[in-house]
Design a protein around this ligand. Structure first.
Ligand code: ZN
Ligand code: ZN
Length: 331
């Protein structure tokens, strides 16, 4: 029975080191030794829960169950938010398994293990081979952050001729800029201040608009697809006039509040608001291949995979000081 170290949340929010023991590997179970884990905003939501944290894992296959066919010891793999689904419902059969009624996701299932850990046991069917062009540290943030923004663009059917607005330059935003610009889109970044302008332009943005305290903004060519990655929703009265007719709005931030938007401009503009949850596995694979082909890489800050290192990484993210994705690496 594999036993390994995990790092959990706790009542007080302090990170606690613990041991997990899993049953012997069965069926398509794979034991992964973790070499890197991204730190995502969603981890913050669970820091008060008695559960193992982390869902942007990357590592090396250490052992395989009897039913594993495509992975072997030594392969580099990653995993993300979803661990399992039924495999036979309409959503699974149509490549939308992230909406399977029996899905197993971070925070809701397998809470005895996560990617803030020394190892994990996950189904082969929900592991992704890491392309050679990406290191484990580069691949980890793609497992949730990268998959989420790529899927948002994929789900709205973004075209190379579209103008894509990326609101917020952080863990998700800095990846969204790269993916959209490599897809051929005309990318405009909306950010509070000019602080991140130079970086955003280097990542592929064509324009950069500082929005703080503005009552109106001039984005030039209007936005067809708006990806919102900020932790707080924008003042829609300022943003809606910058959208092209029939624009798609994709709010990606997971927050507890309601989504409110002025109705008249939404209806008269023919806009749609898309909810998108991580990505299906087929799209996730395409994302990894696309990132490898186009040299799309997260900009990371590294922290040690220890209780203190995790606290420091989560604190950096909380304080808005992460540039742009935290990655935990074993010592
Ligand atoms: Zn995440
Ligand atoms: Zn299903």
């Amino acid at each position: 029975m594999p036993s390994f170290t995990v790092y959990k949340g706790s009542d007080s929010g302090k990170i606690v080191k613990a041991e997990t023991t899993r049953p012997d590997l069965k069926n398509d179970d794979v034991l992964v030794r973790i070499t890197a884990s991204g730190v995502c905003g969603t981890d913050e939501h669970y820091k008060h829960a008695d559960m193992a944290l982390g869902h942007e894992g990357a590592g090396v296959v250490e052992d395989v169950g009897p039913g594993v066919t495509s992975l072997k010891k030594g392969d580099r793999v990653g995993w993300g938010y979803e661990h399992d689904s039924c495999g036979h419902c309409e959503y699974c059969l149509s490549g939308r398994e992230q909406y399977c009624p029996e899905r197993k996701m971070y925070g809701m299932a397998d809470t005895d293990q996560g990617s803030f850990a020394s190892h994990g046991v996950w189904r082969e069917a929900f592991l992704f081979k890491i392309p050679d062009a990406l290191t484990d540290v580069e691949a980890a943030p793609l497992m949730c952050g990268g998959a989420t923004v790529f899927n948002a663009l994929h789900a709205t059917g973004v075209k190379p001729t579209d103008r894509v607005g990326v609101m917020g330059v952080g863990g998700l935003g800095h990846l969204a800029i790269q993916f959209a610009s490599k897809m051929g889109c005309d990318v405009v970044v909306l950010s509070g201040t000019d602080n991140k302008k130079e970086e955003a332009m280097k990542l592929g943005a064509k324009d950069f608009i500082a929005t703080k305290d503005k009552k109106e903004i001039d984005v030039g060519r209007k936005i067809d697809v708006l990806v919102v990655t900020t932790s707080v929703m924008p003042d829609w009265n300022v943003i809606l006039p910058a959208l092209a007719p029939t624009a798609a709005i994709i709010p990606l931030t997971v927050s507890e509040g309601d989504f409110t938007i002025p109705q008249n401009p939404l209806i008269l503009g023919g806009h749609t608001v898309h909810g998108v949850a991580v990505s299906a596995r087929a799209v996730h694979r395409q994302m990894l291949a696309f990132a490898a082909l186009h040299n799309i890489k997260p900009i990371v800050m590294k922290f040690p995979m220890t209780a203190d290192g995790i606290e420091e990484a989560m604190g950096t993210l909380r304080d808005g000081k992460m540039r742009y994705r935290g990655v935990l690496v074993p010592q």
